[in-house]
Write a new protein. Sequence first.
Length: 198
Amino acid sequence: MRRLLPFALALPALILLGCSTPTHPTADHRSSTPPPPDPTTTTTTVPQLPRPREVRLDDLDPCEVLSADQRAQLSLDHAPNAYVDNAFGESKVCSFRSGISGNVMRLALVTVEGIGVWLSENAQVEPVFTTIGGFPAMVIRTPGLDDVCNVEVDVAEGQFLDVMFRDGGNEKKATQDTLCAGAQRAAEAALSGLLERR
């Protein structure tokens, strides 16, 4: 099985969101009008939706978050594969493959920074705000990568649940809408599994 796309691929390039750089006219010492203020850089922040509760991800195994029944409902019929992804401070990750749909799901428990990282000036993504099981969440599409979709769930201060669904090389390529719908179903199942353990 080839290694799943790292977080670094989901955050591919540096851009400035909502940033403008107006040009300043040459100063006219005869004019009493003050020069315009220096341009400012703005960033989008996570909407302040309250979490129903804190669900800490410390000391959890991502391969055990989904029950066998939940994996069956998501058609994830291959054995889970655990590894560590150093893109976010060696987060614990588990990947699941479906021999039925051919799609791949990755579940990461990010404990080193909050969900706002997806809205930083370094992220080049198109977030859509939503909720998963009452928790603030985002559906993330990365321009130019139409074979993957992420759902991020804000479960605790400085921690989030990352669910990625991608096309696993199907003969008939899955649409991004299909992948995003799968990622949302998987995120709902994962959150349900987390709540049972916390």
